[in-house]
Write a protein that binds this ligand. Structure first.
Ligand code: PRP
Length: 178
């Protein structure tokens, strides 16, 4: 265990089981219809890489990077598109792949924006969800795990760009950020 991690919240094995469960649900729901997987950088990169490899329908892949935080640490409620997809979403089954939903502000704005591009459907898959922190009502279509309001890092999630490479998800010790 990394010295800055207070405790492990999701082990490698638990992550792998959640990924397989989510992929099976998505495979069943889309019944071999093509899907455009939109990976939201950077946090979801490992989750998306693992999940997409278990999808069995024809998959198109692209990346977006959004931020609702700007330079401050609290959500501004305004989504900044730092990297957009150039693909035409008209008539597509879009699957947004995220690492975590917290306030819900980012995903609510992003989903609204993508729906305006005439997709056939826009579904949201998140590995983690912190429902206690919600400010904007949004519910994922596919959720790996509901978690308490703790600062989590690893498997793509960061604090100040660190800890993304941990193979598990852990709760960061307060001494690191207080
Ligand atoms: C995280 C996460 C979501 C957003 C969720 O991204 O990937 O996009 O925050 O927060 P919200 O529900 O309060 O809007 P972050 O801005 O940390 O970027 P990163 O994935 O590049 O680390």
């Amino acid at each position: 265990m990394h010295k800055d991690i207070k405790y492990e919240l999701m082990s490698k094995e638990e992550i792998a089981a959640a990924v397989s469960r989510l992929a099976a649900q998505i495979n069943k729901d889309f019944a071999n219809e093509p899907v455009l997987a939109l990976v939201i950088l950077k946090g979801s990169m490992f989750f998306a890489a693992d999940l997409i490899r278990e999808l069995t329908m024809p998959v198109t892949l692209d990346f977006m990077k959004v931020s609702s935080y700007g330079s401050s640490s609290s959500s501004s409620g305004k989504v900044q598109l730092q990297l957009d997809t150039m693909l035409d979403l008209t008539g597509q089954n879009v699957l947004i792949i995220e690492d975590i939903i917290d306030s819900g502000n980012t995903l609510y704005k992003l989903k609204t924006l993508l729906c305006e591009r005439n997709a056939k459907c826009v579904k949201l898959c998140t590995l983690l969800d912190k429902p206690d922190r919600r400010e904007t009502p949004i519910t994922a279509d596919y959720t790996g795990k509901l978690i308490p309001n703790e600062f989590v890092v690893g498997y793509g999630l960061d604090f100040a760009e660190r800890y993304r490479n941990l193979p598990y998800i852990g709760v960061l010790d307060e001494k690191v950020y207080s």
